[in-house]
Design a protein. Structure first.
Length: 190
C-alpha cells in the first residue's frame, strides 16, 4: 500500500517494481502496511518477521519504509530515503556487553555492503532494554530486547538490494547463519 497524492511518479513506480523483484530468504515473511503520509509525498512500508518453518514465534521483526520526494529533501541529499527498524532478543549476558551497540551497527553495515550498497547520509541508533520480572512473575528469566534503527539515502530508485540488505540484517539479528556463497534464493511460489 503506497501513500501519496495525485499521479504516481514513474521513478517511484520503478522503485516499487524493484522491491517486488527482490529475492529474500524463505525465513523472511513480509506484509505491506500503510506508509507514513506526512514525511514525504510518496511512501511504502513493509513489516517483516524472521521465522523458521513450523515455529510459532518469530526470531526477529522489523519495518522497512521507503520515502520518496520527487523534489528531494535537503536532509536526505536525494529523492529517496530508506528508513528501517529491526528488533530482536538476546540473552542478558550477551546484552550486558558494552560493545553490543557497535557490533549491531556493524551488522547493519555488513548487510548493506553484502548487497553492494554504499550508503549515503546513513545514521541510526542501537537501543537495548532489560526486562526483569518480580512477584508472581519472578520465575521468568531476564530478557533483553534490542532495536537497530537506521536510515540512508539510496543512490537511485533500484531499491531491491536495499530490501535484501534489511532482510539480511533481520536474519543476522535472529541468529541465522549467513547464506553460503553460491547459494541463490529462489522466488516464492504464488
Amino acid at each position: 500500500m503506497t501513500t501519496g497524492q495525485g499521479e504516481v511518479p514513474a521513478e517511484f513506480v520503478r522503485a516499487l517494481h524493484s522491491l517486488r523483484a527482490a529475492r529474500l530468504r524463505p525465513e523472511v515473511q513480509l506484509e505491506e502496511v500503510p506508509g507514513p503520509g506526512r514525511i514525504a509525498p510518496w511512501s511504502v512500508a513493509l513489516t517483516g518477521e524472521v521465522r523458521r518453518p513450523r515455529d510459532e514465534e518469530g526470531l526477529a521483526s522489523g519495518r522497512f519504509v521507503v520515502l520518496h520526494d520527487p523534489a528531494g529533501q535537503e536532509a536526505w541529499d536525494g529523492t529517496f530515503r530508506a528508513v528501517t527498524l529491526v528488533r530482536g532478543t538476546l540473552d542478558a549476558e550477551v546484552a550486558a556487553d558494552s560493545l553490543l551497540g557497535a557490533v549491531a551497527w556493524t551488522w547493519f553495515e555488513d548487510a548493506l555492503a553484502g548487497s553492494g550498497i554504499v550508503p549515503h547520509a546513513a545514521g541510526g541508533t542501537v537501543t537495548r532494554v532489560l526486562s526483569q520480572s518480580f512477584g508472581a512473575l519472578a520465575d521468568r528469566p531476564e530478557e533483553v530486547e534490542f532495536e537497530i534503527r537506521a536510515s540512508w539515502t539510496p543512490a537511485d530508485g533500484d531499491l531491491g538490494p536495499h530490501l535484501v540488505a534489511w532482510a539480511t540484517l533481520m536474519c543476522t539479528t535472529a541468529g541465522l547463519p549467513p547464506m553460503p556463497d553460491g547459494v541463490t534464493v529462489l522466488g516464492r511460489r504464488h
